[in-house]
Design a protein around this ligand. Structure first.
Ligand code: SAH
Length: 428
């Protein structure tokens, strides 16, 4: 099982390595001692995460070589723009966006506000074409391990909020997290993992850093931490321990809405922390919830622009899904198209970003992952939280499934291959 293609180092300048993948060259940051030109490596998110022997690399490359070019052909076919059935102004807008010219606020609002099937089809296809043109057919597949559903916060939409007394709570021990990560990397082949939890101070800075250090000792993997507002010192120490990514959504760029849904929280504090993480050198994954009660199209535009302004390497936009055990139980859920529009417009404005299809979107429609990937997205996450724990990481009501990790991986790979996408992350 492979979620990245090994590449050969063809150039080394200080901390920057140039890696060759079937003739394509990418620059990545190297933190390994004694790396030399000619060595084979795996890279994720722009970092070298693992060195591999020439024999192992060549074996993997052999199985990939044919598939790599085959998949590109399928992708090529699927990303052709069909004769559109949209109005002239919309066509002109698409032309402008695909040439990489900046769009005005009014133009962005025009795209996000469209309800016309023909226009939306054209918007998604154009975004897909931009994705292909800038990033080819690589699709990064991260694993996510949700290690605790204890949370000191009371976010109005969230099922693991402190005030939800009906949720059985769990915490994975450091050993359990390290084992789950080891299995994800060494058995299933993941090269990037997200470790997520509620805001749970049982995990002291020492426990978090020990977890990261032990995972880094055992496996070559890029670690994203998603542990909420744990303070600057915690983020500094987690970086020192080896984490290189942070997943922290700002949830909504509207200050008033933020205040309403996050008792005791401030948007400015959350944004400061996201910026601080970026300053520390972390890759930042951020974004917002789509369809929150009271949210306007203008808010969605500002969410997209803020994500770009924060320099996010991964854009994470997902639908709000009302949870019956929260104060927003009776709210109206987001529509699939509202999310697809945000993904597509993000792609037009950030041609080189990783744009995620969230598991929440997949909950709204079993075909949503495919739709998202055809509307500009190029990243997926697979839930790897062990059995019973996974059921209780109930942010929103979902389809309870008895799928094993193997089932989820197989389904994801089948989907990616059917779209001509390679489950890789070749670096930047
Ligand atoms: N404590 C971490 C992780 C929070 S839970 C943090 O603060 O970042 C992960 C994400 O789930 C949140 O960022 C939120 O956007 C999403 N989420 C929570 N409740 C949801 C709901 N009802 N519908 C959709 N997404 C939800």
């Amino acid at each position: 099982m492979c979620y990245a293609i090994p590449g050969r180092v063809v150039e080394l300048n200080d901390r920057v390595a140039v890696v060759d993948y079937f003739g394509e060259h990418r620059k990545v940051v190297n933190e390994f001692d004694n790396l030399a030109v000619g060595d084979y490596v795996y890279a994720q998110g722009g970092f070298v995460v693992q060195r591999v022997s020439r024999e192992a690399a060549e074996e993997t490359l052999e199985t990939w070589r044919e598939a790599f070019f085959e998949l590109q052909k399928v992708d090529e076919k699927l990303s052709n723009v069909n004769p559109p059935t949209a109005g002239k102004d919309f066509l002109e807008l698409m032309d402008k966006a695909s040439l990489g010219r900046p769009l005005s606020s009014d133009e962005i609002l025009r795209l996000l506000g469209s309800e016309d099937d023909g226009e939306l089809k054209l918007l998604y296809t154009t975004a897909n074409l931009m994705r292909k043109r800038n990033l080819k057919n690589s699709c990064c597949v991260h694993g996510i391990i949700e290690f605790s559903n204890h949370c000191r916060r009371d976010c109005a939409y969230c099922g693991i909020r402190q005030g939800n007394g009906s949720l059985p709570r769990y915490r994975m021990t450091v050993d359990e997290i390290v084992d789950a990560a080891g299995e994800a990397v060494n058995v299933h082949g993941f090269k990037a993992l997200v470790l997520q939890s509620g805001e749970d101070s049982w995990y002291s800075i020492e426990r978090l850093t020990e977890t990261i250090r032990r995972i880094k000792e055992e496996c070559g993997v890029l670690i994203f931490m998603s542990v909420g507002e744990r303070g600057r010192e915690c983020y500094r120490r987690m970086y020192e321990a080896g984490a290189r990514g942070v997943l922290l959504r700002f949830e909504t760029s509207n200050r008033e809405l933020y205040g309403r849904f996050h008792p005791g929280g401030k948007l400015s504090d959350r944004l400061k922390l996201i910026r601080h993480a970026a300053d520390l050198g972390y890759l930042v994954a951020t974004g917002s919830l789509i369809g929150l009660p009271g949210q306007t199209t203008e808010d969605l535009m500002n969410d997209i622009l803020l994500t770009k302004e924060l320099g996010a390497e991964m854009h994470s936009f997902g639908p709000f899904i009302p949870n019956p055990d929260t104060p927003l139980a009776g709210a109206v859920p987001s529509e699939v198209d509202s999310v697809l529009k945000v993904l597509a417009v993000s792609r037009l404005l950030s041609p080189d970003a990783k744009i995620l299809v969230t598991t929440a979107l997949e909950t709204l429609d079993p075909d949503a992952a495919r739709m998202g990937l055809l509307a500009g997205a190029n990243s997926l996450m697979i839930k790897l939280t062990p059995g019973e724990y996974g059921k209780n990481y109930a942010l929103y009501p979902g389809i309870q499934s008895n799928k094993t990790t193997e089932d989820r991986i197989t389904e994801t790979l089948e989907l990616l291959y059917s779209l001509g996408r390679a489950p890789t992350d070749l670096g930047i």
